[in-house]
Design a protein around this ligand. Sequence first.
Ligand SMILES: NC(=O)C1=CN([C@@H]2O[C@H](COP(=O)(O)OP(=O)(O)OC[C@H]3O[C@@H](n4cnc5c(N)ncnc54)[C@H](O)[C@@H]3O)[C@@H](O)[C@H]2O)[C@@H](O)CC1
Ligand SMILES: Nc1ncnc2c1ncn2[C@@H]1O[C@H](COP(=O)(O)OP(=O)(O)O)[C@@H](O)[C@H]1O
Ligand SMILES: [K+]
Length: 494
Amino acid sequence: MSRATTPVYSGAQIRDAETPLVEAGAGPDMMRRAAHGLASYVLALLRSDGKIYGARVLGLIGPGNNGGDGLYALTALRARGVDAQAVLVADRAHPQALEAFRAAGGRVLSSVPADTQVLIDAVLGTGARGAFTLPDVPGLAEAVGTSTVVACDIPSGVDADTGRCPGEALTAEHTVTFGGAKLGLLLGEGGLRSGKIHTVDIGLQEHLPEPAAWELISPEPTRRKPRLGDHKYSRGSLQVVAGSPQFPGAAQLTVGSAITSGVGMVRLQADATVSAAVLQGWPEAVMSHGRGAKAFDGATAAAIGPGLGKDRSRLVEGETMLRATVESKVPCVLDASGLELLRGDLLTSGDLGGQLILTPHLGEARRLAEALEDESLEELLADQPDTLAATRALAEALGATVLLKGPSTVVAGPSGGAPLVVRSATPGLATAGTGDVLTGIIGALLATADAAQEQDWVRIAAEGARMHAAAAQRLDPQGFGHFGASALIGALRE
Ligand SMILES: NC(=O)C1=CN([C@@H]2O[C@H](COP(=O)(O)OP(=O)(O)OC[C@H]3O[C@@H](n4cnc5c(N)ncnc54)[C@H](O)[C@@H]3O)[C@@H](O)[C@H]2O)[C@@H](O)CC1
Ligand SMILES: Nc1ncnc2c1ncn2[C@@H]1O[C@H](COP(=O)(O)OP(=O)(O)O)[C@@H](O)[C@H]1O
Ligand SMILES: [K+]
């Protein structure tokens, strides 16, 4: 896709890519490469932590090839002087790998030693099926709390395709994954359990299909910088319909983040009290006195929804503006109470256009699925959601771009291209009002965007989510979470 993105595959895609190589006899070679990559990563961790010689590493070994990778990695670590031992959690283990491990002096223990520094989780990989139960090994629970857990390919118990954990699962601080990143490492529960992800090349490249998704990892240049001859009308103009007497702050946050993200003009459509409150913080905001579609004249994008609450007249205004943008195909971001406007023909047309970006959180997405009376979508969004499939399905059902917010944000367009994923280790964002900031950022990106292809709406929305997470990271690198949504706006300047 672009250099800012990296491919993400389903477990099945990786397995299918491996098949011809395994059939051609390359299985052992791939396993050696995987094990070498895992061992090198663990060595680097040990080195940064102190010394390698005599360091205590324990591999938790399962019955299949994942356990095989683990045993070969332990063997390689022993060759470097690491005190690497194994606990077998099943009644069998990869025979050749076990033989190699034993030949290198490795011992099979029946408990996890208390002084374990690194615990390698090599119980289950992409061959995992159904619910997983944590092995009953003495000392394991304690070691999970005190050692650094490194997952071999994927944390055991995590589904490689969805990130769902149908039973128990291990949580890793690092995952060394083979052949390509798996969806399950980024999405849902899996995204919370995989820690830092490192991908090892095992020679699959030419056998891999188009990825199931792309992860956006660094800035996407979606906007143009101001040019020497620019004036305020040529740099894009964003029309905001936000705020109500009950939620004036939402308008402040949306307007403020749009202004800070860089746009020629931000115009707000709101009542007098909200306008006055917004002007106090953002005197550069322009109050829009027109109402309805007329107010929209000249705007290059719109942001509708934050803080409209249940205020009837504000919602009517939002709906008029929404219809005007859909009709004229002007890019628009629709968030929060604005999503409630998707009723009747707006809900069922199936053709709102990729330029309309919906930004629901999980609860809002569930309400949309309910309104659509789409049971399979409701199922995808239930307890342990399949956020990738759900975002795609919602985008297709509405014929719009959908950005599903969460620890991993997924963005999909209406015509089925590979979604983009933004994974942010920034739980400090879980505070009221940060969604309004995201709406302002995306609004500004839409207003100043150069591109107009459908896939670009996905890219622009994802870039908004990346900027949002990067601002949180910059503001709060230690992850204390001692900040609110207004402070986030200040951290938007890159
Ligand atoms: N195919 C290949 O040649 C390669 C595979 N590699 C490794 O192989 C892994 C996949 O290996 P496998 O296909 O052998 O599968 P796994 O090693 O992931 O697990 C399969 C074994 O676990 C058992 N099992 C499955 N679900 C379970 C559950 N919920 N609870 C308890 N036991 C369960 C199965 O009965 C089977 O014996 C990858 O994750 C990767 O680590 C790498 O070595 C690269 C090359
Ligand atoms: N645990 C988390 N980790 C990272 N980001 C999160 C987490 N929880 C929420 N977020 C982000 O915070 C924002 C919250 O938005 P939203 O739920 O709409 O809040 P509000 O409506 O109060 O503004 C979203 O961008 C979401 O992705
Ligand atoms: K594993």
